[in-house]
Design a protein. Structure first.
Length: 239
């Protein structure tokens, strides 16, 4: 496993690709200078087993093209490290593959012809807590989630702390991680930690499902009982 040096304000991104030339191409993306407001990204190259063992690793780029077992790796990642957010690079024009990748835990899907700037942009979107994928597919995914029948259960829902309720309320209003952090006076990584706890408590694996679960299970703070506008949800997760 290889890793570039890490500074005090960096985000480590795992790289999973079978072909050395693909690994080299992905590593070169991190040589792009960070723009104002962007975090410094540090690539970590290794096998899936090695990367899973790095507890501080929060993001992973998965190259579906260079490994026939990459999609299985994505499923393994979802089971063993559901906290890791993955960015998938794969064939273009296969809508079902894109949808399956998102369902399996991917937070971004890019075609093989995506350039370094596009991949960098996708990584920035994912690290900010949103999803990067073709707009038409996100629309279909959101429509599918919005049409899920409301859960009826006599059992009590998960107990949320006051801070979790505050984060959830702002999340349902389509605020970004940065905006939530500013409003609550906490750091962005703390917001992500709270969202992670909310996902664990509700069984959701992304923000859209968390929002719908909160609505369907009556976890919504006072004043937010109505369903969010689908357009607003789409705007939150689109490119």
């Amino acid at each position: 496993m290889t890793e570039k040096s890490q500074g005090p304000e960096t985000i480590r991104i795992g790289l999973l690709a079978a072909e050395p030339i693909r690994v080299a191409g992905l590593v070169s993306i991190f040589d792009l200078p960070a723009q104002r407001g962007q975090a410094k990204l540090v690539p970590v190259v290794g096998s899936l087993e090695e990367l899973i063992r790095i507890g501080s690793l929060g993001y992973l780029v998965v190259d579906l093209h260079s490994s026939s077992g990459a999609f299985e790796d994505l499923e393994t990642l979802r089971v063993k490290r559901p906290d890791i957010r993955s960015i998938v690079i794969g064939p273009e024009g296969d809508d079902e593959l894109v949808m399956n990748s998102i369902v399996a835990g991917a937070r971004a899907y890019l075609g093989l012809n995506a350039g370094p700037e596009a991949i960098r942009s996708a990584i920035d979107v994912v690290t900010s807590g949103s999803i990067w994928a073709p707009r038409r597919l996100l629309s279909r995914l959101i429509d599918r989630l919005l049409n899920v029948p409301k859960v009826t259960s006599s059992g009590a829902g998960p107990q949320l702390t006051q801070r979790e309720q505050e984060v959830l309320e702002l999340l349902l209003k389509a605020h970004s991680t940065r905006e939530i952090a500013a409003r609550l006076g906490i750091e962005q990584r703390t917001v992500r930690a709270y969202i992670g706890r909310l996902m664990k408590k509700t069984g959701a694996d992304n923000r859209i499902k968390l929002s719908m679960s909160a609505l369907n299970r009556s976890l919504v703070p006072s004043g937010l009982e109505s369903k969010p506008d689908p357009k607003e949800l789409r705007e939150k997760v689109t490119i």
